[in-house]
Design a binder for this molecule. Structure first.
Ligand SMILES: Nc1nc2c([nH]c(=O)n2[C@@H]2O[C@H](COP(=O)(O)OP(=O)(O)OP(=O)(O)O)[C@@H](O)[C@H]2O)c(=O)[nH]1
Ligand SMILES: [Mg+2]
Length: 314
């Protein structure tokens, strides 16, 4: 049982170079999960703060000095022979030239290439977290013009992950607006997910976004999409999304929001507590703006999702 096994706290770095490539190293053959690829890192020493452990491990293992690191995701995983808490950080600035200081194999890879390497089982959500951005924009619109106008504003904001969710459009306009949005997204290398409640042909979409109702009717992960995500409002829904093997979730409402005035906001403290139980990248949604990103990262979230958050200039 995991309850009477000690949990090993491990500091892990997803290190990115200036071209957005990520550093991976190969675990020694005789080590736990030996021969598999990993993100460099290691166990905290007694009473050692996690960021200090991260800096020490990355200096020891790959010879770099961490300058900037932000929390990426925390993974609780029970391997049977040991239980680990992987405390994963994005290292976005460092000095020194990376090398395998312990004689281990090392590669810089593009994020999409991570799929081609064998990692320990606990790393699946870490890889998703490294591949998706910090912002998830939700496209709404009262008319075709309004939706396209909003789409252009979202793309101008720099968002690279978008959910097509224009539920108030007349059915006759839907497919046409979707094709135009899909073309704009392709041109600007934006990943497009379609809300599963909409009757559109999803052949041009990279992903499917399930409402919480649609999520709970699934018995398995929907096939054929690069990304499958879900909207959640509580721990049970988050656990269900994780158990289905979805890539990420959105949790709402974090703050009070005019679009859902009757929903009681969770607040930052509850968000933080819920995310401690979940091994999945989760976006915070509801009454938030892009300026709340640091707070969301500190709470353990992947970032910010929103509708109006991506329509203004700030
Ligand atoms: N560093 C690292 N450890 C991982 C990853 N994924 C994963 O499951 N682990 C597990 O987390 C634990 C980390 O231990 P580690 O072997 O890196 O620890 P360490 O550097 O302090 O090694 P040492 O025991 O040789 O001093 C291992 O049980 C390892 O299997 C990962 O991506 N990076
Ligand atoms: Mg290590």
């Amino acid at each position: 049982m995991s309850t009477n096994k000690q949990r090993l706290h491990v500091a892990v770095g997803v290190i990115r170079d200036g071209d957005g490539r990520i550093l991976i190293t190969q675990r020694a053959k005789h080590a736990h999960q030996g021969g598999l690829w990993e993100f460099p890192g290691g166990k905290l020493e007694a009473d050692e703060p996690v960021q200090q452990a991260l800096a020490r491990e990355l200096a020891e293992e790959v010879g770099i000095q961490v300058q900037t690191a932000t929390p990426l995701i925390k993974i609780n995983h029970d391997y049977g022979d040991r239980h680990v808490l992987l405390d994963v950080w994005s290292v976005t600035a460092f000095s020194g030239q990376a090398s395998g200081c312990e004689g281990q194999a090392m590669r810089w890879v593009n994020v999409e290439q991570l799929q081609e390497f064998s990692f320990p089982a606990a790393n699946v959500p870490i890889i998703a977290a490294a591949q998706i951005p910090h912002y998830y924009a939700i496209l709404e619109g009262r008319s075709a013009d309004d939706a396209l106008n909003n789409c252009n504003k979202i793309l101008a904001s720099g968002a690279k992950l978008l959910q097509f969710r224009v539920k108030s459009l007349p059915i006759a306009d839907l497919q046409n607006v979707f094709e135009q949005v899909s073309q704009l997204c392709r041109q600007q290398q934006v990943s497009l997910l379609v809300n599963a409640d909409l009757p559109v042909d999803t052949a041009n979409a990279q992903g499917l976004h399930l409402s919480s109702r649609a999520l709970l009717t699934c018995n398995e992960r929907p096939n054929g999409y690069r990304w499958v995500a879900a909207s959640c409002h509580n721990l049970d829904e988050l656990r269900y999304a994780e158990a289905l093997g979805l890539d990420f979730a959105v949790l709402a409402p974090v703050q009070a929001t005019a679009s859902h005035p009757d929903a009681a906001p969770l607040g930052w403290q509850t968000l933080t507590e819920l995310l401690e139980h979940i091994n999945l990248p989760v976006f915070a949604l509801g009454g938030l703006g892009r300026q709340d990103l640091d707070r969301a990262l500190a709470a353990g979230a992947q970032g910010i999702a929103g509708i109006s958050a991506f329509l203004s200039d700030d």
